[in-house]
Design a binder for this molecule. Structure first.
Ligand code: NAD
Length: 476
């Protein structure tokens, strides 16, 4: 089996110059289903040169011209929905219906950013003397190096690509080696839409080699990374050392606060859906369930009931509600979280085990009475594990929710306006959802605080990340 031309450099799809490759696995079967080219220095040098050339051309086009090309790419993604979604499920594992929803959101990100790019307004600032005019304009920051992970291969890549392109930047994106094909096919939509060569470049390879080479390059002006806190800190330090702006969308450990006046059925349904979507491999997945003493038993019983009926299987099969974990290393990680919690006195209510001996399947799991110092209560599980614990006092639960260094998402369930306001204001996270409101739309900012990173993707903030402000002072 030979590597397919998955790198996209200077407007052409190609394999790696030196012939380096890696395997692509199907996480539902464990089989090798393809080979992926791994970019080395020669490929990265070509991508850097192309990104500079692409930037010089793209930034001079009007936002209206750019939007026209982006809209054509969005339309092609819609037309190629089946191809992209099936490639995603085959390599990443999520149920086909989830993959389809993810693909369908990509054109919306593109179209929203393309329109917003037309509104990169500057301002006129009143001066201190009549002879002076003062104004600011917004300019694209320059060629971008972006790193997208495997959990939402399309969504994580398109948020970076759409923001950069709409602002007038070129971009080199390192796609996810675990689930590359859907990203290649999405990039092909931009190619077929007539995007000028060099504006968008796609690499795969050894992640540490690519980031170590691209970030210090003087051509690159902006870094965007989505992934784990430890890698994010490493890349942010490298970016700082070379004075590059960066956006860091890192891990989380989202608390769920279920108060005693909440709609328990709604809370259980919404949090179970959010918990087990993409087998829990979601940075904003609920990961610590704090449930008020008075509604603890009914909540656990409803949540448990939903969990027990989930159909786990190959994402390609109809009716599958949860697929395998994306990589075999994640199955071992789940076993460690569960055994640590149980050893410390937690009660295993549902699941807790690997399923079968083929593929990376792990049962949807519910643990109760988990001590706050268990590994699962302090480290991001990034898998289908739901630890549910009790609380009795509002201030105490907010303090426990805020006790970790993470600060990405938080969920609150209550019918009280006062409780909702206090919890939403006091929770130390970048995003808070009340009674199940969604957190991820093209028009809303998505990002964290503390160890969960800085900067936002989506919304006007997402575009702002790719723009700089230039000030003109003119004597007239
Ligand atoms: P990992 O830390 O090995 O890798 C996480 C991501 O970073 C991967 O996409 C990987 O390709 C990339 N990466 C790793 N080292 C890199 C480097 N030196 N330069 C550039 N990119 C690099 O972890 P993993 O086992 O792949 O995933 C599990 C952990 O990753 C989870 O605990 C979770 O916190 C985190 N993660 C977070 C997100 C998110 O949406 N924020 C997505 C995927 C993974």
């Amino acid at each position: 089996m030979q590597a397919f031309p998955a790198l996209y450099i200077d407007g052409s799809f190609c394999t790696a110059a030196g012939g380096a490759e890696g395997d692509i696995f199907n996480p539902a079967t464990g089989e090798v289903i393809g080979r992926l080219p791994h970019a080395k220095q020669e490929d990265m040098d070509r991508a850097l040169e192309a990104a500079q050339k692409g930037f010089d051309k793209w930034r001079k086009m009007t936002a209206h011209e750019r939007a026209g090309i982006m809209r054509r790419a969005a339309q092609l993604i819609r037309e190629r929905l089946d191809l992209l979604a099936e490639a995603m499920t085959r390599e990443q594992g999520k149920p086909l219906a989830e993959a389809r929803m993810e693909v369908m959101l990509a054109p919306e990100h593109i179209e929203w950013c393309a329109e917003e790019g037309k509104r990169a307004y500057g301002r006129v600032i009143p001066s201190r003397t009549p002879a002076v005019r003062q104004q600011t304009i917004r300019e694209p920051v320059g060629p971008v190096a972006a790193f997208a992970p495997w959990n939402f291969p399309i969504n994580q890549s398109i948020r970076k690509i759409a923001g950069a392109l709409a602002a007038g930047c070129s971009i080199i994106i390192k796609g996810p080696e675990e689930s590359p094909t859907c990203v290649v096919e999405m990039v092909r939509c931009f190619h077929d839409a007539g995007l000028p060569a060099g504006v968008l470049n796609l690499l795969f390879g050894v992640p540490a080699e690519i980031s170590a080479y691209l970030i210090p390059s003087p051509i690159i002006r902006k870094i965007s990374f989505t992934g784990s806190v430890s890698v994010g800190k490493h890349l942010a330090a490298l970016a700082g050392q070379h004075m590059k702006r960066s956006t860091m969308e890192l891990g989380g450990h989202a608390p769920v606060l279920v108060f005693d006046d909440s709609d328990i059925d709604l809370a259980a349904k919404v949090t179970a859906a959010n918990k087990f979507r993409n087998a829990g491999q979601v940075c904003v997945a609920p990961t610590r369930f704090y449930v008020h003493d008075r509604v603890f038993d009914p909540f656990v019983s409803r949540f448990q009931e939903i969990t027990e009926t989930l159909k786990v299987g190959n994402g390609m099969e109809q009716g599958t509600q949860m697929g395998p974990l994306a990589a075999s290393r994640r199955v071992g990680a789940m076993e460690t979280f569960v055994s640590d919690a149980v050893e410390r006195g937690a009660r295993l209510a549902v699941g807790g085990n690997r399923i079968g001996n083929q593929g990376n399947f792990f049962a949807p799991t519910v643990l109760t009475d988990v001590p706050d110092d268990a590994m699962i209560m302090t480290e991001e599980p990034f898998g289908p594990l739901a630890p549910i614990v009790r609380f009795s006092d509002r201030d105490e639960v907010i303090q426990r929710a805020n006790s970790l260094p993470f600060g990405l998402a938080a969920y609150v369930f209550t019918r009280s306006l006062n409780t909702a306001n206090v919890a939403m204001e006091e929770l130390g996270s970048g995003m808070v959802s009340l009674n199940g409101a969604p957190l991820n739309s093209p028009e809303t900012p998505f990002g964290g605080v503390k160890d969960s990173g800085y900067g936002s993707e989506g919304g006007i903030e997402g575009l702002d990340a790719y723009l700089t402000t230039k000030f003109f002072a003119q004597t007239v």
